[in-house]
Design a protein around this ligand. Structure first.
Ligand SMILES: [Zn+2]
Length: 235
């Protein structure tokens, strides 16, 4: 009888010891499992946000650096118009790439000739269904003292664009404000979207040309054109 009781007590003791140990172990394992699950959840959430599609439509902006290749454009005191327009266009393009609502396209990105006869520039803009077309130029005159910023449009739908961009650019160049004029240049006449042709300044005026060839000047003009585009399309 005593032997049996001892055995029972021993079994009870072992049983108790077993439950205490497993009790201590169990919550630990479940905690670990919980943390792993949480981690998995956060990862899933992260993936979900990244995959959210943005259907926002972008405005297509075409930047047209005037001249190129065998057509140097105006010949300044120390440079060609075609190089000035391409350098400025690249700066505008870089700035516009940071704008989430704008998509930038260039009629040329190198020193290449684009045929006016086959309307390469205007066809390009019309084919991609651009929202605005900005043609960049530098002016020329026999009298080197002539200076100023001048902008052109042709169709009625372009007048507002021309006025807005001209105001921004003219304020930035600080050259004489020669105003906004109507002119039937083919890049303005054959484009279907609002289009403007900018004569930033006279590269035949040595003083103005020196300014126009600097990176700082071109960067400021590029910023002003970006502001004008944004005011016209977004603001
Ligand atoms: Zn030109």
């Amino acid at each position: 009888m005593k032997k049996w009781l001892r055995l029972l007590l021993l079994l009870l003791f072992i049983g108790l010891l077993y439950f205490t140990l497993t009790d201590k172990l169990e919550p630990d394992t479940s905690n670990k499992a919980d943390t792993t699950n949480n981690k998995a959840d956060t990862t899933n959430n992260k993936t979900d946000t990244t995959n959210t599609p943005s259907n926002e439509e972008k405005y297509k902006v075409v930047i047209d650096p005037g001249h190129g290749g065998e057509d140097p454009g105006a010949i300044g005191a120390s440079g060609y118009e075609k190089d000035f327009t391409l350098s400025l266009a690249k700066k505008i393009s870089i700035l516009l790439q940071d704008e989430p609502k704008l998509e930038v396209h260039m009629t040329r990105e190198e020193d290449v000739f684009l045929s006016a006869e086959t309307r390469e520039r205007t066809n390009y803009a019309n084919n991609i269904d651009a929202d605005v077309f900005i043609s960049l130029h530098a002016n020329t005159f026999t009298d080197p003292s002539v200076s100023g910023t001048e902008s052109f449009y042709y169709h009625k739908n372009s007048k507002r664009l021309a006025n807005i961009i001209h105001r921004h650019v003219s304020e930035t160049t600080g050259f004489r404000n020669r105003g906004v004029k109507k002119e039937n240049f083919f890049v303005l006449k054959d484009t279907t979207m609002p289009a403007v042709l900018l004569e930033i300044g006279y590269i035949t005026n040595p003083e103005d040309e020196q300014k126009m060839l600097t990176d700082d000047f071109q960067q400021s003009v590029a910023e002003s054109i970006k502001s004008g585009i944004k005011e016209f399309l977004i603001d």
